[in-house]
Every structure is written in C-alpha cells, then in structure tokens.
Design a protein. Sequence first.
Length: 239
Amino acid sequence: MLKILTELLYPRRCPICDDIVFPKGKLVCNSCRDILMPLHEPLCYKCGRQITSTGSEFCETCFNYNFNFDKAFSLWPYNNITKTSLARFKYKGRREFADYYADKLYEYFAPLISKLDISALIPVPIHPNRLITRGYNQANLISNILSKKLDLPNISDYLIRSKNTTAQKDLDPISRRKNLKNAFEINQNSKYYNIHLKNILLIDDIYTTGSTADSCSKILKDSGTEKVYVLCIASVRAM
Ligand SMILES: [Zn+2]
Ligand SMILES: [Zn+2]
C-alpha cells in the first residue's frame, strides 16, 4: 500500500533522461536503456580506467604509483550522461537511481566478483556532517542493494570518515592525497571491529584519480584486510 502511494506521489525517474520512467515498473525507460555502454578495452590492468594506448597494460598513474588497492573496476565512462545522472543521484535526491546502478553492476560484474572470494562490501563513507545535509551516503545506497543481490554483507559502519575534507573535485592529484591523509579510520564501535574481513569490495560512485580508494584501502589493509577491490559506477578516462 505504502509502496503504491509512494509510486503515485513520487514516480520513479529515469537515470538517463530524468523523465518519469516509461513503461511503469522499469528502472530505466525503454528508449534510454541502451544509451550507456559498459567500459571496453583497452583498460588499465590496475585501476580499470580506459586508456588510449594498447602498448601498455597500465595507465601512466598506475605505471608510476602503486595504489594500496589490488584492482579497480568501473561500469561506465564518466561522460556527460553519467556525470549528469550521478549529480542528480547525489545532489538532487534521486535515490531511486541506485536500483538501476546496482542492477547494472550486478549484471556486468557478478561473475567476476564471485571469483574474488569477497568477505563483505564496504561503501566509501562520507563525513557525518555531510550525511546530515545530504540525507544519505550515495555509495551506501548502491552497496546495500548490490550486497543483497550478491548475498554478501554490506558493512557501512566499519570504515568511517573522520575528517571533513574539502571537495576533492577542485584539487590536483597530489593535493588530493594530502587532503585525504588521515581522513578515514576504522570505527572501534562497529560490531565488525574485531572480525577478520579478508577480502573487501569497496564501493564508490566515481573513480577520478584513485586517491579516495587508495586512502580507504590503506586503512583497511593496515587493519588486516588482505585484498581490497574497488567497484565504481563511472571512471574518468586515463591520460
Ligand atoms: Zn529515460
Ligand atoms: Zn591505472
């Protein structure tokens, strides 16, 4: 009953065109569903971003810097369509887009994830202050839905953001890393605090320079996690 009422009052919006989804009951319009194509080769073997040259297995960043995570994967390129969609999802309250994103992540990555022996999914946390103003952690919405599909736990209180960092998007890679130093920590009050989480799948919306994923992975590995894999909705193209 409540679900029907909510659907009437707030009909589901399409993550691509932002109109009311047609036909009703779908996560994306029929006319929009084939617009976004998953990332394709050549991809950097480490960070999963699209690279131009087929001559190297790695992008320039991964060639020069050893990230703390083991491997990162993204679903779509970060282009005008995904940029707009993710901005609406993050800043305009379009929480329902998480269903579509998680659905697509599952469709493309479930076979791969099943081979990684993942103990739990962990969303990249946002600072408590930001959680209050935004009302939700966008990565946790995706992580939560995806974890149910994968039948794995989603742990949103284990890794916390203790420092309210300035927005990363305005910083260059070195400043990003500095900005994120000591930004994350393990929550001693989490019920998983003393549980060995062997391999983690870290969930985030956008992969830009990898510095956020890197900082989170460092903390997780320092606290005993063996492998950290990163899964994002979209990633920027590598240089
Ligand atoms: Zn649409
Ligand atoms: Zn790379």
